[in-house]
Design a protein around this ligand. Sequence first.
Ligand code: S3P
Length: 439
Amino acid sequence: MTNFVIIDGKLNRFKKTITVDGDKSLSIRWVLLSSLANGVSKAKNLLISEDVIASLKAIKKLGIKSIVTKNECKIFGKGLDGYRYKKNLTIDAKNSGTLGRLLLGLLINTSFPIRMIGDRSLSKRDFSRVSLPLSKFGAKFKLNNNKSLPLTIFGSSKLKPIKYFEKRGSAQCKSSIIFGGIRTNGKTIIKAKKSRNHTELMCKYLNMPIIIKSKKNYDEICITKAKIVKPLNYTIPSDISSSAFFIVLTALSSNSKLLIKNVNINSSRTGIITILKKMGVKIIFKNQRIYKGESIADILIKSAKSIKSINCPSKLNSGTIDEFLVIFLVAAKAKGVSYFKNLNELNQKESPRLEWAKIILNKMGIKTITTKDSIKIFGNPELYIKKKIVIRNFLKDHRVFMTCVIAALSFGGRWKIYDKDSTKTSFPNFLKIIHDLNK
Ligand code: S3P
């Protein structure tokens, strides 16, 4: 079967309303917290993507049943100590750093060792960033090369609370330690650089023992052992990271307008909106509301007449981390040179994304200057691609694939982009929505 797309030419103007797939971060957190609940939790609009299916399979291996139907997903939690499994268990986190890292937090008290594996991309990623702090609780780990998957976790029955300083702005690290804290008597204290706070908001909504003090540049989180997790019925809003591709496509298309419905606009995720507004893109939140602690809105975007370059403040990095690749396309069309810095974390993702940004932009004819953690992009407001471009061997990174599709539709050229199945990781309806925009 052909696992590539060919895109030949720009997209026509469009004026549409769309709904993108459910939020990946919230979907995985809902699965994991529901697996600890006393009773049945139900979710609507759960993202049915490979990362979330891997999460459901992981809890199944731990003895927790789930049922997915067209309209809803049910998880039959058996309480905080309800995991039941045989010896020699292996859990496959597939492509998902979020699943792998968060689940390890919940497994620090496991009575039998559990092996965790992942796909080729996940096996290249750093797991010592969670195994080191989780070992301080008392769990033990054996990692491949002391750093990565496959790993084995050996739980402890004598866990001690820890103090942890999360300096990267990584929500996965922070959440993994919060989950460790849920399992541990005494006060676990986390000082965390600001990052997405969905775990905290879900735990708070569930009345779990978590206290969050928000300071200017970091949060102080205190968590103690949870006694009970209530079942959680949740309607998952749409993912702003998936919306990002369509926000950029609209900004770069001429005379177009798009309304994206029911998007999670939690302020720890809206770096892309701040950045694009600074660059001159018109974006409006409509129908704003709060749902179970999260902020939701419809996002209205209009094509930008002219785009300004940006010297992007690093404080926006954590809240934009999954959107940089596609934002760089906007910088490619800006008047002047844009600068993005302190982006070390970008090379720690499903593929080394800063390296891929350079490759893609250069193929498009855009000049860049990169260091190991920064990129300068020399924008060209007249950019119009006429040549052939082939993109392959990017470790099946879903966001590399989708960024290239948006580049092709925005700037023209004849693109052959491999690994279209990668969209199944986070956004299975991506190509269908693109198709419908063209109707
Ligand atoms: C995620 C956190 C981010 C992000 C990832 C999802 C989460 O990773 O890149 O796609 O759901 O917690 P880091 O925490 O490693 O920055």
